[in-house]
Design a protein around this ligand. Structure first.
Ligand code: UDP
Ligand code: MG
Length: 305
């Protein structure tokens, strides 16, 4: 059986079209399937629309979270409930074409455990495109494991990989990274990412930036290391400067003119310290998040399970 997981947050306008296009694909499938719609605390009519879908077709199941927990957590909630031997993750705004599913499934049947998709083009504005591009490049340069570039959530995972993800307790979840971490046989499918079907992106630039930080800080110690290197570089520069000052004092009569250099080095070192503290703080706040051990999500309603 296949589980198709779709997180939805205020997508009432898209839901009918989403289900029509999915049905066109699932009707042609010989294997049984379930569709898990996660209502991530929507404030519009999304939940009512989802319930209506369930009444029409009991293979469509609905989970409602008690509030908006965010995209990655919504997916995690559905992963805990999915029964399929393979699980397909996709966005609910039709930026991930359902027509790609047969291809993902075929590769899974060929023996791949993870089939992720890579976007060859994006229909977002240049600023967002640039941000995504640089994020994936920075992450892959800094990360200690190999995370494929431009690969988002849209993917198929074998049950064994899902079980690995489910055992990962972390709160700051960056699914594409965790999926890569799991290993097994992974392969890519390329596609053009279309624009949203309706509505505005639910992930603001700010939230995407947050997710990007989750990606980098959970998969890399490089920022912590960078702090050490910057600190060492700064110390070396100041040491050289110090030698020069002593030389000036002992062998020339130019001393005391050094006010500017003093201020400059204080500012420089101060800046380094603040930056380093920031980096350390970022990791500490993550440690704090993890040790609180709160549940990842709270379910309000479960329909069809
Ligand atoms: N989404 C969600 N919770 C949120 C934000 C978004 O479940 O807090 C869903 C949203 O409904 C959509 C998917 O996650 O189905 C991707 O969101 P969006 O299109 O806003 O992200 P982007 O395409 O900009 O990455
Ligand atoms: Mg989208």
């Amino acid at each position: 059986m296949f589980s198709i997981i779709i997180p939805l947050y205020n997508e009432e306008k898209t839901i009918p079209e989403l289900v029509t296009r999915l049905a066109a694909v699932t009707d042609g499938m010989s294997d049984p399937w379930e569709l898990i719609l996660v209502d991530d605390g929507s404030t519009d009519g999304s939940f009512t629309a989802m319930c209506a879908l369930h009444r029409n077709d009991p293979r469509i199941k609905v989970v409602r979270l008690s509030r908006n927990f965010g995209h990655q957590i919504a997916i995690s909630a559905a992963l805990d409930l999915a029964q399929g031997d393979a699980v397909i993750l996709m966005d609910g705004d039709l930026q991930d074409p359902p027509e790609l599913l047969p291809q993902l499934i075929k590769l899974w049947k060929d023996g791949y455990h993870v089939v992720y998709t890579v976007k060859t083009s994006r229909k977002e504005n240049w600023l967002k495109r640039l941000a995504f591009k640089s994020f994936y490049r920075i992450l892959s340069a800094m990360s200690s494991i190999k995370i494929p570039m431009d690969a988002g959530n849209f993917s198929l995972m074998d049950r064994r990989v899902v079980e690995v993800l489910r055992t990962m307790p972390e709160r700051n979840r960056y699914i594409s990274g965790l999926r890569a971490w799991a290993g097994f046989q992974q392969t890519a499918v390329y596609y053009d990412r279309g624009p949203r079907f309706a509505g505005k992106p639910q992930m603001s630039l700010g939230r995407l930036f947050h997710l990007a930080l989750d990606g980098i800080f959970s998969f890399s110690n490089a920022p912590l290391r960078a702090a050490i290197y910057f600190g060492m570089a700064a110390a070396m520069v100041s040491f050289a400067g110090g030698l020069y000052v002593v030389y000036e004092k002992l062998f020339t009569n130019l001393a005391i003119l050094g006010w500017a250099s003093t201020i400059v080095s204080i500012l420089f070192v101060g800046g380094m310290i603040l930056m380093t503290l920031g980096v350390i703080g970022e990791y500490i706040s993550r440690i704090y998040e993890e040790v609180k051990k709160r549940p990842l999500y709270v379910i309000r309603d479960k329909i069809g399970f």
